[in-house]
Design a protein around this ligand. Structure first.
Ligand code: KIV
Ligand code: ZN
Length: 511
């Protein structure tokens, strides 16, 4: 199908600029490059790589990204000030994003400029960039609290000196879909340049307001992975892309299957992850516990899933708990390799519910222990086995771990360094297991079971592979490095077994 331009929404990603302005986030130039490469792979149209005037490292990062030769357009932010503009231009970006505030509040209390001064600065700075042959996207900061007539006047003036695109920034997230639709419609009547939306999430409406702007004719939406950004963040890429495609039949150039891996990379590098119930990328977005829901899902996923998890690179999962039902427990037991009779499933379910009533949050390790107690140990196929581990650590030496592992009947040795011996041991194991599957730690908890220096350390981990298969594993040992390594090996075995069993998974039909 050939899509008309109006059917394609352009994605302007600001994870590396507004997203990095999230309190507490600070990325190194190397980390920024890593994220930019992933965003390019994801298919965003524009990567706002940073705010070059901020620091030497920031301008270096923007320059490095601009020189990678990515398909995405690379943009740098600049206030309407000569030194910002020069710094952005010196980074060889494809586009300069020039902004100045247009609301009376910002002009009076922040800029200490009157309307004429703001108008002149906007016009002059856009012209400088254009005279250097570089495209400009012009943003009116706090556009949505500005006098609409003045706002349009500024947009007209910058268009007259060549601004290529105009951005309406809801800087403090005070719009609602109705007011945003009206404002964008009003601007569109006069301004004949492509319009972008830049919505903040202070009232949880950033995605809704961006989509309202899109319905009024905006062609481009500013977004950030995981909804990162100042205060409550920006419109989330994953929400805007999936909602515009699925609810409004608009298309984007984003390869949605890469959304989850991009979200995980950003979480890992920024140290800030989404809440579990976050749409699309939260842990629970494709998780089910209640018996009624799981029954529906097993019969036909569309009953309780408006999106197939695979479209965003994820897998659905089922949680054992007090709301569980027989269908879900049976499916989970099968995933763990158990073939239980109806009577046995009921007995296991009753124990799961008892524990749930006591407030216990059950993992698949707990379900496995209950199943073992009732059904006996399942003959477990161990694809990977830990044979030996040794570590070296100290104040002056880099923690290093060496592991010996048998995998698919072949012996492998690997050494790795890490921030500590546990980190080094996990990395060394991964170095070997990467030969057959890319499995990474998602969660790691350690507890001392008994008191004293000889306490048993209990390690509970969650691991996940690239396809979104998740497994929990637990191990206890007097040596926490051994406990961690054993838990990791167990987790890897579980995922590998799951992948084997999941092959005839037509048991969960897709709509
Ligand atoms: O929120 C905002 O107003 C901004 C501008 C720089 C566009 O981030
Ligand atoms: Zn912003």
């Amino acid at each position: 199908m050939i899509l008309s331009d109006s059917n394609i929404i352009k994605i302007f990603d600001t994870t590396l600029r507004d997203g990095e302005q999230t309190p507490g986030i600070s990325l190194t130039p190397e980390e920024k490059v890593q994220i930019a490469i992933q965003l390019d792979k994801l298919g965003v149209d524009t990567i706002e790589a940073g705010f070059p005037i901020t620091s030497k490292g920031e301008s270096e990062a923007v320059k490095n990204i601009a020189e990678l030769g990515l398909k995405s357009e690379i943009c740098g932010l600049a206030r309407a000030e000569p030194r910002d503009i020069e710094t952005a231009l010196s980074c060889n970006v494809d586009l300069v994003h020039v902004f100045i505030a247009t609301s009376d509040i910002h002009m009076k209390y922040k800029l200490k400029m009157d309307r004429d001064q703001v108008l002149k600065a906007a016009r002059d700075m856009v012209k400088i960039v254009k005279d250097r042959g570089v495209p400009v996207e012009f943003s009116a900061e706090d556009a949505c609290r500005s006098d609409p007539d003045f706002l349009i006047k500024v947009f007209q003036e910058v268009s007259n000196v060549g601004a290529d695109r105009i951005d309406i920034a809801d800087t403090v997230g005070i719009m609602n879909p109705t007011t945003m639709y009206e404002l964008v419609s009003k601007v569109k009547q006069v301004i004949k340049r492509p319009i972008s939306m830049h919505c903040h999430n202070d009232f949880g409406l950033a995605t809704a307001n961006s989509l309202a702007g899109m319905l009024a004719g905006a062609e481009r939406i500013h977004v950030a992975i995981n909804g990162l950004g100042e205060r409550a963040g920006n419109a989330a890429l994953e929400e805007v892309v999936m909602a515009s495609q699925n609810l409004y039949q608009k298309k984007t150039n984003v390869n949605t299957k890469l959304i989850y891996e991009t979200s995980k990379l950003v979480t890992r590098l920024t140290g800030i992850g989404p809440q579990p119930n976050k749409a699309i990328i939260g842990d629970n977005a494709f998780g089910h516990e209640s018996g009624i829901h799981v029954h529906g899902i097993i019969n036909m996923p569309i009953t309780y899933e408006p999106l197939e998890p695979e479209t965003v690179g994820r897998k659905r999962w089922i949680q054992a708990g007090k709301h569980a039902g027989t269908h879900g427990i049976k499916a989970q037991l099968e995933e763990l390799g158990y073939n239980a009779s109806e009577k046995q499933v009921k007995e296991i379910l009753s124990r799961v519910k008892d524990l749930g009533d006591k407030g216990k949050k059950l993992t698949d390790v707990d379900l496995d222990s209950i199943a073992r107690a009732i059904l006996g140990k399942v003959s477990e196929e161990r694809i990977i086995e830990l044979v030996d581990i040794s570590v070296m650590t100290g104040i002056k030496s880099t923690p290093t771990a060496s592991v010996k592992v048998v995998m698919e009947e072949e012996t492998f040795l690997a050494s790795e360094t890490g921030v500590g011996p546990v980190d080094a041991a996990i990395k060394a194991i991964q170095k070997i297991s990467d030969k057959i599957a890319h499995i990474r730690l998602k969660d790691f908890k350690i507890d001392a079971i008994t008191g004293g220096t000889d306490a048993l350390g209990e390690v509970v981990i969650k691991v996940e592979d690239d396809e979104g298969n998740v497994a929990t594993a637990r191990s206890s040992h007097g040596d926490i490095v051994v406990a961690s390594a054993e838990a990791m090996i167990d987790g890897i075995n579980k995922i590998l077994t799951k992948k084997k069993i999941a092959k005839p998974k037509a048991a969960l039909p897709n709509p």
